[in-house]
Design a protein around this ligand. Structure first.
Ligand SMILES: CCCCCCCCCCCCC[C@H](O)CC(=O)SCCNC(=O)CCNC(=O)[C@H](O)C(C)(C)COP(=O)(O)OP(=O)(O)OC[C@H]1O[C@@H](n2cnc3c(N)ncnc32)[C@H](O)[C@@H]1OP(=O)(O)O
Length: 263
């Protein structure tokens, strides 16, 4: 039985460059997801989410793959215990959505199945132009059941979401962009620098405002409008007490660029 629970070496490499933290996934040959990777993700994400000096988190992969989805060998022999461990991929996604800072899916290569599902929980999706994106689970007798069946309809609407998950096609980067599944497509040779520049720009923004915006959108979406507006009001009250709100408003009046500290 392939338990898929022990990776001999860590598969996540975390690096810091100023206020940007990068989590690089390196589990050959395809960065497929197994329980050990999921536990590593939960372990590395917590301190990055909590550290106010980290103002942008980038997820990326190695080689031809961002994340090729769940490890199919693990899925084939999925014990109840392993299914519970694998479903913590949902907890990884919620940690990304709730991180009080911008999270970028820098998809260097194929982003498929659980890998594409991971990216749906991120705030910005950048895809290399030679990479594919899609939800091929149907060919395996599955459907995208690690968040995809719920986040994809929220992104593109239920009809197109069902079509993409029933067809299970691997989309070209251009087509993924056309359908609004990713935000930016970048030539492979410019990918690393574009991601770094984007992350630096995001890290210089008022991080507290981004954190509050993520929270009010996440909490309010789908609520009746009155309840949603109440969540917004709560966020605004916190926002107006932030140092960056004071700085941003004053900088405009001073006719100078703001210098946000993220607080
Ligand atoms: C994500 C965790 C959630 C789990 C929740 C569990 C409980 C609930 C269960 C249902 C929920 C579903 C959750 C999720 O949606 C399910 C999935 O993600 S299923 C997997 C979806 N992904 C795929 O189907 C992609 C499979 N790969 C391919 O089609 C091809 O590799 C490719 C992308 C078209 C590239 O093709 P090639 O260029 O020819 O390269 P290879 O095919 O030779 O691949 C190279 C090498 O990598 C191995 N590999 C590729 N993908 C996977 C994979 N997903 N798992 C394991 N191994 C993979 C491939 O076998 C080759 O290995 P080698 O032969 O070189 O040893």
């Amino acid at each position: 039985m392939n338990e898929g629970t022990e990776n001999p070496v860590p598969v996540l490499n975390v690096t810091r460059e100023g206020a940007v933290a990068t989590i690089r996934i390196d589990r050959p040959p395809a960065n497929a997801v197994d329980p050990a990777m999921i536990e590593e993700f939960l372990t590395v994400l917590a301190p990055l989410a909590d550290d106010p000096a980290v103002r942008c988190v980038v997820l990326t992969g190695t080689g031809r793959f961002f994340v090729a989805g769940a490890d199919i060998a693990v899925m084939r022999d999925l014990s109840d215990a392993n299914q519970a461990k694998m479903r913590r991929w949902i907890d990884v996604q919620r940690a990304l959505e709730r991180a009080p800072k911008p999270v970028v899916a820098a998809m260097n290569g194929h982003a498929l199945g659980g890998g594409a599902e991971l990216s749906l929980a991120c705030d910005l999706r950048i895809l290399a132009d030679n990479a594919s994106f899609g939800f091929p689970e149907m060919a395996l007798g599955l459907f995208p059941g690690a968040g995809g069946s719920q986040r994809l309809p929220r992104l593109v609407g239920p009809h197109l979401a069902k079509r993409l998950m029933i067809d299970g096609v691997r989309l070209s980067a251009r087509r993924a962009l056309e359908l609004g599944l990713v935000d930016v497509v970048v030539p492979q040779e410019e990918f690393a620098e574009t991601v770094a520049a984007t992350a630096r720009t995001l890290a210089a923004k008022p991080t507290a405002a981004i954190a509050l915006l993520k929270r009010v959108v996440d909490e309010g979406y789908g609520l009746p409008i009155e309840e949603a507006l109440a969540r917004e009001e709560k966020g605004v009250q916190e926002l107006m007490r932030s140092a960056d709100a004071a700085e941003g408003l004053q900088a405009f009046l001073d006719k100078r660029p703001p210098e946000f500290t993220g607080r």
